[in-house]
Design a protein. Structure first.
Length: 332
């Protein structure tokens, strides 16, 4: 469970949370630019870098950055829990009145933070960055649009393919998100679910110059399935509709078979009706049982009440000397 506001420290204006996975080539440049931007805004800030057990040397880079920048704090998770669990870990350690969430690959442009923050100060509880001119390959953009369209339909929510994690969020929005006990974490959907007054702000989107995205097609499908099962019961309602449609087709076929049998058009009595009933029943049962199994599996995971993430090391916090390591375990 999140700490629900207990992390708030007087004097910290804005926290920046950055989940890292294979970002060793970009994290130093990102922190340098963040330091310039945040200093220029005249705000007391902190930068929280969350190493999602990257196989690259992300954590070594974070240690070096903590030693060089007094505003940088680092968390290293005990294993790879996924991007949104890493975001949750970072959020649980934030102390600012406002929180920026962004990726570590430099496609989210740090120089856009002042515009997002200024928009939030107009009276919004959160402002999400809308990447209207995405610098991604056509295949990735096509896959992203398909992902968000299916996700929006199956979760009965408005999903924008141009909006991801990048944005500015008030303390009460962050605390509300942290209070959600869902085992499945997906930050944009959680922000939408908790409500509050938000808006979108168009920002520039940089081309990925180094490395490649960790989201393969397989991981995208797995993420979409988890989010849909975790945040909506619409698939179950669609299965009921599907079952009714198949039942209706089976009834029509049955009446047709009876008509043909009465008119002498069926050479082998009982064969056609048997095949129709077997395949119709088999198909409906498999789909229904499979869908129910997915939901039962999600309930089983939730009932175990395991932590969403486990922190292995924390450096640069106010409780530690800069550069030292601390073993700890935290429930999200």
């Amino acid at each position: 469970m999140g700490e629900e506001g207990s992390n708030r420290v007087k004097g910290v204006d804005i926290s920046v949370v950055v989940p890292l996975y294979r970002c060793s080539e970009t994290v130093e440049e990102l922190v340098r630019r963040l330091d310039v931007v945040l200093s220029g805004m005249g705000l007391v800030s902190e930068i929280i870098l969350v190493n999602d057990r990257s196989p690259a040397d992300d954590w070594a880079r974070v240690k070096g950055l903590v030693e060089r920048y007094p505003t940088v704090r680092g968390l290293s998770l005990s294993r790879n829990f996924g991007q949104h669990a890493a975001i949750t870990a970072g959020l649980s350690k934030t102390r600012g009145s406002w929180v920026v969430v962004m990726d570590g690959d430099l496609q989210d442009v740090p120089e856009e933070i002042p515009a997002l923050y200024a928009k939030a100060l107009e009276g919004y509880d959160y402002v999400q960055a809308a990447r209207r001119n995405r610098n991604d390959s056509w295949l990735k953009k096509l896959g992203s649009r398909a992902f968000y369209r299916v996700l929006g339909y199956l979760t009965d929510s408005n999903q924008d393919a141009e909006v991801a994690n990048f944005g500015v969020y008030s303390r009460k929005v962050v605390d509300a998100v942290l209070s959600m006990g869902d085992q499945m974490k997906y930050f944009p959907v959680m922000v939408g679910w908790v409500g509050f007054r938000g808006c979108k702000c168009e920002v520039s989107h940089a081309k990925r110059e180094l490395g490649k995205s960790a989201y393969s097609l397989r991981r995208m499908i797995r993420l979409a399935t988890g989010v849909i099962i975790g945040f909506s019961d619409k698939p179950l309602r669609l299965v009921i509709r599907f079952g009714l449609v198949v039942t209706g087709i089976a009834l029509i076929c049955a009446f047709w078979i009876v008509f043909r049998a009465l008119s002498g058009g069926v050479p082998v009595m009982g064969y056609s009706s048997l095949i129709v009933s077997i395949w119709g029943t088999f198909g409906v049962n498999m789909v229904v049982l499979g869908m129910i199994g997915l939901y039962l599996g999600r309930v089983f995971d939730q009932s175990k009440n395991r932590p969403v993430f486990v922190v292995d090391q924390e450096i640069g916090s106010e409780r530690n000397t800069i550069g030292s390591d601390k073993q700890c375990k935290i429930d999200a």
